[in-house]
Design a protein around this ligand. Structure first.
Ligand code: S3P
Length: 176
């Protein structure tokens, strides 16, 4: 598959967006960009620090502006979003406007929570199981709006997920 427009990977915290985005970009031989990393490099603070110190609305505004700049300047490649970026309607509109293919990496809550729990990364919006589960349920119908839905299967090799994503995108004919 030749990639002519950006692929945007979305999904809940801990679903494996960054890892899948890196592997997908490697396979397609295109650049990979992690929105959270771009925010951290630009602001000298991680999304978690921004949320904790300045509040979620301030972070969302930074996230949105960074995404816009990114979409303006990056003609193709794979972009891994933070788990909340797709939830904001203006971001979804932007993603659509720039002709990106959106992919929802759908992992069961217990898989996501299992990873969140043991991760070194602070996730202020998912510090307790209860808080994370509420957010997961609230967000699920919005992730569903992505063009491509990839359900993570138990024990599926990373390279097999990548093949499935590429096949699904090709079959859906969402390429230009
Ligand atoms: C968030 C997810 C995080 C990060 C921030 C907010 C969210 O990214 O952007 O803590 O709202 O779901 P990951 O999905 O990579 O954990």
């Amino acid at each position: 598959m030749t990639l002519e427009r950006p692929i945007v990977i979305t999904g809940f915290m801990g679903c494996g967006k960054s890892k899948v985005a890196r592997a997908l970009a490697r396979r397609l031989n295109v650049p990979v960009i992690d929105l959270d990393d771009v925010i951290t490099a630009k602001h000298g603070r991680t999304p978690a620090q921004l949320i904790t110190e300045d509040g979620e609305p301030a972070f969302r505004s930074i996230e949105s502006n960074t995404l816009r700049e990114l979409l303006k300047t990056v003609p193709s490649g794979v972009i891994a979003l933070g788990g909340g970026a797709w939830i904001e309607e203006p971001n979804r509109e932007m993603i659509d406007q720039y002709g990106c293919v959106s992919v929802w990496l759908d992992a069961p809550f217990e898989v996501c929570w299992g990873r969140i729990k043991i991760s070194d990364e602070d996730r202020p919006l998912g510090r307790t199981r209860e808080q994370a589960l509420k957010l997961y349920e609230r967000r699920k119908p919005i992730y569903q709006l992505a063009a491509i839905h990839i359900q993570r299967r138990a024990d599926e090799e990373l390279e097999d997920i990548i093949s499935r994503i590429i096949k699904t995108i090709s079959a859906a004919d969402v390429r230009r």
